[in-house]
Write a protein that binds this ligand. Structure first.
Ligand SMILES: Cc1ncc(C[n+]2csc(CCOP(=O)(O)OP(=O)(O)O)c2C)c(N)n1
Ligand SMILES: [Mg+2]
Length: 551
């Protein structure tokens, strides 16, 4: 019957999975990280068919960490897509039934279940837009199982155009004038460059501000590299001193949370004037009353500030007492770190390890890091020269993020600047959280070099003799201190198990050699397991610094 054939052809059907994938593609989603299972497998396959890259991970947590790093690196969203039971089984105790939309609402900017397959493109566009407008954050879209295998008429689906990039907002002119005059009147100024500045791509304007007016600056952990760490105006090595005695502090996308000691004494002067530059209105005035608030896109607002300051010739005097104090403190702190780094005793300490790593670190590499001492000390020694090239456990101090972050950075590097390497510096405990992602790294053959800084524990551990002695007395669960991990674990074998290169190193020479080989070998990922003194710690601090990540 020719007529009915014709009718079939004109009513082209498309699967629900393809509709979902096409809606994502239309919103410029480039990468999906996940683990498949019923009912989401088909979505991943459909996405690949449309040219979206799908990276199968070993744990959903790590997949989310990877996707969040993609959001940070590319400015496009972190969207979580979850499968849920078929709608006609809802409330009946269906397989894995759980109030997912409600559960996610507390932790996302937008959480919804589309009411029909036709509504999917609208909900996905809204989720993407909510995710990247204002302060960025995660969004959740719930997909009932029965959507995936539906067959619908192609003509019944209307895709929503790619949402526009976030609009650029600028600060009030009068506030910009006030800010400029507060900066000019500062006796001991300090700029703090936060993750928000990196996300806003404000590197050029902020570097101009630093250089034109000769202002000292301090990066927050993920603000590192917006202006290079080796810039002569970087006072990272005199962090505590700079915070404690500054009289005017300009915050560029940096929150006054625990990382910045809430902006309160004794870490700051009680009358310090804060100028807050932030994209998020709700952030302004947290913990202290700022002198000036500049609400808007950090890059745009910095340009406004530059324009205002440019009106009258001015620069902060390079011969000021403030610069002298900061330079002296930097010198003595750098000398103390150098001394620790040059210690020849074995096992090595953290400083020796990072000193040797820094020597070989490619200028354009990504540095990913997590751990307690490993991350805190590594951050002070390992330099970043480019913006958005450091990813670490940051504000939350969540252990387990490192491998996901490294995988995301590797995907971006492979696609946008081939040849770039990812150096992922992990504490031995931190490594354990997502350690099986080494298989993922090997499966996709990603340009990652993992360094496991191994002290046999969380913050500190025991050497193998102490370990053996200890176990003579009672069973392990009764005597082993909660911070201890098995001594001398061969984490490098996790890498060799999947075909990558593994190194077990105990001396500076072995470390240098294995790192050189890993950097030279562009065909395979590597893991260097670096044994250090189990009781090694940080050098003495004037104040308890970022060691909150110890919690
Ligand atoms: C998800 C999560 N669980 C637990 C912690 C508590 N914690 C903080 S640091 C850390 C590990 C530190 O040990 P390691 O990674 O070996 O670094 P080290 O200090 O020994 O160099 C842990 C478990 C955390 N921050 N996040
Ligand atoms: Mg450790």
């Amino acid at each position: 019957m020719p007529d009915s054939n014709f009718a079939e052809r004109s009513e082209e059907q498309v699967s629900g999975a393809t509709v979902i994938a096409q809606a994502l593609k239309t919103q410029d989603v480039e990468y999906i990280f996940g683990i498949v299972g019923i009912p989401v497998t088909e979505i991943a396959i459909a996405a690949q068919q449309l040219g979206i890259k799908y990276i199968g991970m070993r744990n959903e947590q790590a997949a989310c960490y990877a996707a969040s790093a993609i959001g940070y690196l590319t400015g496009r969203p972190l969207l979580v897509i979850g499968g849920s039971p078929e709608r006609n089984q809802e409330t009946m105790g269906a397989f894995q039934e759980f109030p997912q939309v409600e559960a996610c609402r507390l932790y996302t900017k937008f959480s919804a279940r589309p009411s029909s397959i036709e509504a999917v493109p609208f909900v996905i566009e809204k989720a993407v837009r909510s995710s990247i407008y204002g302060r960025p954050g995660a969004c959740y879209v719930d997909i009932p199982a029965d959507f995936v295998n539906l067959q619908v008429n192609v003509n019944s689906i209307k895709y929503v155009e790619r949402c526009m990039s976030p609009p650029i907002s600028m600060a009030e002119t009068s506030a910009v004038c006030t800010a400029a005059s507060v900066i000019r009147s500062a006796k001991q100024p300090l700029l703090i460059i936060g993750k928000g500045a990196a996300y806003a791509h404000a590197e050029e304007s902020i570097q101009k501000l630093v250089e034109q007016y000769k202002l000292p600056f301090l990066p927050t952990p993920m603000g590192k590299g917006v202006v290079p760490d080796n810039h002569p105006y970087c006072v990272g090595a005199a962090r505590s001193r700079a915070l404690q005695f500054a009289d005017v502090i300009v915050l560029f996308g940096a929150r006054l949370n625990w990382i910045l000691h809430f902006g309160l004494p004794p870490r700051y002067q009680p009358d310090v004037k804060f100028i807050q530059v932030d994209i998020c209105a709700e952030e302004l005035g947290n913990n202290v009353k700022p002198a000036v608030t500049l609400l808007g896109d950090i890059n745009a607002v910095t340009k406004q500030l530059l324009e205002e300051l440019d009106k009258t010739p001015w620069q902060y005097p390079p011969e000021s007492k403030w610069w002298k104090t900061l330079r002296e403190k930097m010198k003595s702190n750098e000398a103390a770190s150098k001394e620790l780094a040059s210690k020849k005793s074995l096992p090595m300490n953290y400083y020796t390890v990072f000193y040797h790593v820094q020597e070989q670190l490619p200028r354009d590499c990504f540095v990913v890091s997590e751990g307690a001492n490993t991350m805190d000390i590594g951050r002070t020694v390992l330099q970043n020269y480019l913006p958005r090239h450091r990813l670490d456990a940051g504000t939350f101090g969540t252990m387990g993020v490192g491998l996901g972050f490294a995988i995301a950075a590797a995907m971006v590097a492979k696609d946008r600047s081939p040849g770039q390497r990812i150096i992922c510096v992990e504490g031995d405990s931190a490594f354990g959280f997502s350690g099986m992602e080494v298989e993922t790294i090997c499966r996709y053959n990603l340009p990652i070099i993992l360094l496991v800084v191994n002290n046999n524990g969380i913050y500190q551990g025991f050497d193998s003799d102490t370990w053996k002695e200890m176990l003579k007395f009672q069973d392990a669960a009764s005597v082993v201190p909660p911070m201890c991990l098995l001594p001398n674990s061969h984490y490098e074998q996790v890498m060799t198990a999947f075909g990558g290169k593994g190194y077990f190193v105990q001396t500076p020479e072995e470390l240098q050699r294995s790192l050189r080989q890993s950097l030279a070998d562009t065909t395979k990922p590597s893991l260097i397991n670096i044994m250090i003194e189990p009781q090694a710690t940080r050098k003495t601090q004037d104040f308890h610094w970022l060691t909150r990540s110890n919690m």
